[in-house]
Design a protein around this ligand. Structure first.
Ligand SMILES: [Zn+2]
Length: 386
């Protein structure tokens, strides 16, 4: 999932993100809550209408950003008080208010409010934090069940406001699916009708780098019951072997028939590795953030386009990449744009990196569809792809 923190995949317009084949993008609740504010987005028909993105959207709960970006936090059982990184104003997030914000933003998939435990942390702190996340998950679900019908693409006022911008948004997609199923002779109750269509609330597994706590967190979260499960609290500074070990052991406790989402990961090699372990969804700012710093992922490894060695290089950034940047521009030109601090450098670099990531995931999906014999590991096929 490309990350569109403030309802924008930085530097790239929605039509190009679509062209690159992204099926879903991520928005950050913390940022959107502070600016432009949930009410503004809700009145525009939710994020789909506001940013004119007709495919799926996932919003995080705001928890991770509150703990990583804001200042002067005060954590209680009830929730967390924090100061905005924009203007220092004071705000309060609880499981209930985080759900209220995410229902108003109207993404297709929303996340339970959790506490992302710092790394490293003592065992007693890890347990307390995991238990708090479990209690907050139950409160998140309760609030969601009580108020899920208020999602903007599902209310009369929302429908009037969004107009044509909402074509293809979640509610309408589900209507189409229902119609398709009915014509195929499936029972009408198989999928929700438009007025019943709601968001999907996913639970988040915490427990730090402790396998037993992760298992307990998984069991408690599954007991509450969610349509999908995320593994949170990783990629917070721990060694990569530890991340892998925790992902692998936590996956054993999560139902295979539900989407399993690893939050905040990773490099191209890592997303291949985790997808092969059984992870279905990942998000990371790396392709977009690295692009803005001139770091590009290619089939030949990482390229730092700022280096003088590319100043007169007429070749494409990645000879194996079919993206519009690699088809048209030279390394020399990309290097010049970066050195001149041109806005276009960020745009073109981001388009290529997103293309490389999405292409990587397409190869992974293809390899999974081919079965056990074909595996796309570390960017290389175990047997030549047919
Ligand atoms: Zn490219």
């Amino acid at each position: 999932m490309p990350v569109g923190t403030v309802a924008s995949v930085k530097g790239v317009p929605q039509e190009i993100v679509e062209e690159l084949g992204a099926q879903i993008i991520l928005g950050n609740t913390y940022h959107l809550y502070l600016r432009p504010g949930v009410e503004t987005v809700r009145k525009m028909g939710g994020l789909h209408g506001f940013m004119s993105w007709h495919r799926a959207i996932l919003t995080d709960s705001g928890g991770f950003q509150v703990f990583s970006l804001s200042e002067l936090r005060k954590l209680t059982e009830e929730g967390v008080t924090f100061r905005s990184h924009l203007d220092g104003s004071s705000h309060f997030f609880s499981p209930e208010s985080a759900m209220e914000a995410q229902i108003g933003l109207g993404a297709d998939i929303i996340m339970a409010f959790d506490e992302c435990t710092e790394y490293p942390a003592h065992q007693s702190r890890l347990r307390e934090s995991m238990e708090l996340t479990a209690r907050w998950a139950a409160r998140s679900k309760k609030y969601f069940e009580d108020y899920k019908h208020e999602v903007p693409w599902n209310t009369a006022s929302g429908k009037n406001l969004v107009g044509t911008a909402a074509i293809g948004c979640a509610g309408e997609r589900q209507l189409a699916t229902a119609a398709e199923l009915r014509s195929a002779g499936q029972p009408k109750a198989a999928v929700p009708t438009g007025s019943e269509a709601t968001q999907s609330l996913f639970g988040i597994i915490q427990g730090g780098m402790d396998r037993a706590l992760r298992k307990e967190s998984a069991e408690r979260t599954i007991e509450i019951g969610f349509p999908g499960y995320a593994i949170g609290g990783l990629s917070v500074g721990e060694p990569r072997e530890v991340t892998r070990e925790i992902v692998e052991s936590t996956l054993e406790h999560l139902p295979k028939e539900r989407p399993r989402y690893l939050m905040g990961v990773g490099t191209p090699e890592e997303i291949i590795e985790y997808a092969n372990l059984g992870i279905d969804m990942m998000d990371c700012v790396l392709p977009t953030r690295a692009a803005r710093h001139g770091l590009l992922f290619t089939s030949e490894g990482k390229v730092s386009i700022k280096q003088a060695r590319y100043a007169q290089d007429p070749g494409p950034l990645d000879p194996k990449c079919a993206c519009r940047v690699c088809q048209r521009y030279s390394r020399a030109y990309l290097r010049h744009l970066y050195a001149s601090n041109e806005v276009l450098a960020q745009v073109l670099n981001t388009i290529h990196n997103l293309s490389f990531y999405l292409d990587t995931m397409r190869r992974v999906r293809h390899s999974i569809s081919l079965g056990e014999e074909y595996r796309f590991l570390s960017g290389v096929w175990s047997r030549p792809a047919p």
